[in-house]
Design a protein around this ligand. Structure first.
Ligand code: UT7
Length: 324
């Protein structure tokens, strides 16, 4: 049996910090409301000269360095993003040469906030079938570019960042299982108001740029319900119990969703990696950013059992159970 094992992680955040107090000066909101309803204190936002690709490049370089592999050995690059640099080529292709990768497969996957879980799932399947031996997986976003900075219901939530990891084929586990799902019934609850083929006519309010539109309260309820189900599906598929888990590494959308998941799993918050307070919701970047932080500061150790999960626009949702 071939498993894929994480052999290195990396991440990158923009230097610019936007605090809740900064937002108080821009719109009708308060530090207290944002902290109480979301757990966010501050978030990182790119400058004009930074893109999803520039953040992803740094995260990938750090993951490759920590894995100690030659980039020429990578035989697949999968990138989760919903804010690519260009319509095409894909951000993965734009980075392939800069990272020194060979002419391996390189692709972007758009599954909104679940983009990294989808990318990890695809990468894991390539390794398990023997088609790839070393895979670079990245989740990166510049959601600030599709945020309407005049609208408090979304502007206080979303942010920018990138996280990455390198998988290697191994006889020892490894990723035990991945699970991905989608349900298009909920398109309207979390969406953007314009696009390449539909056109840009709807875009009048946000300086001619598309914007994230979310019915937050409804998304919240479905997210908690759905993530509860996928956690059970994931443990059940591996015949494991909640008590076997060492770490929950959840999508960082809202601290209240994260604590609800920890409660469902009967996990102490000391075993949940939380970055939403400092990172905000970085969509496809949030899980690999949290993973890298907890690996680098020594919380996550070899042999620990990790549950990763995410939920986002589509709706899409996904999870992975990993023996680190
Ligand atoms: O990552 C992809 C998945 N996304 C998510 O999982 C996000 C899920 N949703 C959420 O995190 C939460 O629903 C939000 C943080 C977006 C909103 O929190 P909420 O507790 O659901 O608030 P609400 O939308 O029910 O609004 C409550 C009140 C409203 O005022 P009234 O009608 O009670 O007078 C809003 O107008 O809070 C008001 N409000 C704000 N007030 C200050 C909404 N946004 C803000 C704001 N500052 N930024």
């Amino acid at each position: 049996m071939i498993y894929s094992k994480i052999i290195g992680t990396g991440s990158c955040l923009p230097d610019k910090i936007v605090t809740n107090h900064d937002l108080e000066k821009m719109m009708d909101t308060s530090d207290q409301w944002i902290r109480e309803r979301t757990g966010i204190r501050e978030r990182r936002v790119v400058e004009d000269n930074e893109t999803t690709g520039t953040l992803a490049e740094q995260a990938c370089l750090r993951a490759i360095e920590s894995a100690g592999v030659d980039p020429a050995e990578i035989d697949l690059f999968v990138m989760g993003t919903t804010t690519p640099d260009l319509v095409f080529p894909s951000t993965a292709c734009l980075l392939q040469k800069k990272l020194g990768l060979p002419d391996c497969g390189a692709m972007d996957i758009n599954a909104a906030c679940s983009g990294f879980m989808y990318a990890l799932s695809v990468a894991d399947k390539f390794v398990r079938t023997g088609d790839a031996k070393k895979v670079l997986v990245c989740g990166a976003e510049t959601l600030s570019k599709i945020t309407n900075w005049n609208k408090r219901d979304t502007a206080v939530l979303f942010a920018d960042g990138a996280g990455a990891l390198v998988l290697e084929a191994s006889e020892e586990p490894g990723i035990l299982s991945t699970h991905i799902h989608a349900n298009g019934d909920y398109v309207d609850l979390l969406t953007t108001n314009a696009g390449v083929s539909v056109g840009w006519e709807a875009v009048s309010e946000n300086d001619g740029k598309p914007e994230i539109q979310m019915r937050g309260n409804e998304v919240f309820k479905v997210a908690v319900r759905t993530l509860g189900r996928i956690v059970e599906e994931t443990l059940g598929a591996n015949d494991l119990q909640k008590s076997d888990l060492d770490w929950l590494i959840p999508h960082q959308a809202n601290l209240r969703i994260i604590t609800a998941m920890a409660k469902k799993l009967e996990m102490d918050m000391d075993h949940v990696v939380v970055t939403v307070d400092r990172h905000g919701n970085t969509s496809a970047a949030s899980v690999p950013l949290a993973l890298d932080e907890a690996v680098r500061d020594g919380r996550i150790k070899r042999g620990d059992l990790l549950l990763l999960e995410a939920f986002g626009g589509g709706f899409t949702w996904g999870s992975a159970l990993i023996r680190y």
